[in-house]
Design a binder for this molecule. Structure first.
Ligand SMILES: [Zn+2]
Length: 132
């Protein structure tokens, strides 16, 4: 039986990586870490050539009902085209786009359902590449 993730004193170990490719060229990646005790996963966005963008202290937080995902913004190019996000099973994903506009994207069964966006669950792409 796994422990409640909220009371777990996580023992984080490296788990894998998901590469983000455009035309088969890697432009960024997501490092995946996992707690050896409760198996909760933690992800960190890495843009190629930029040291990690740390806007938190310690491991990035994720709620028990959320999954890590890569959001693809089809209207944007290059590094602005993707972003690491947390998806709930159903509801709305609120993200700030590179043009400073906040958009609300509908989410259905851990997938964004919007013609201008796509999403890929990290859990399904450990040690794989995602072509965006
Ligand atoms: Zn843990």
């Amino acid at each position: 039986m796994s422990q409640d993730t909220e009371t777990c004193t996580h023992q984080i170990v490296y788990f894998g990586v998901t590469n983000v490719n455009i035309d088969e060229r890697t432009i960024g990646s997501v490092d995946i870490w996992r707690c050896a005790i409760c198996k909760k996963r933690f992800c960190e966005e890495k843009q190629l050539g930029i040291d990690s963008i740390v806007d938190y202290v310690g491991m990035p937080k994720i709620d028990p009902d959320e999954k890590w995902a890569i959001l693809v913004r089809k209207l944007f190019k290059g590094k602005d085209r993707w972003k690491l996000v947390r998806l709930k099973q159903n509801g709305t994903l609120k993200v700030e786009n590179p043009d400073d506009k906040v958009v609300e994207i509908p989410v259905n069964n851990f997938q964004v359902t919007d013609p201008q966006h796509a999403s890929f669950l990290i859990d399904d792409h450990v040690n794989k590449a995602i072509e965006i």
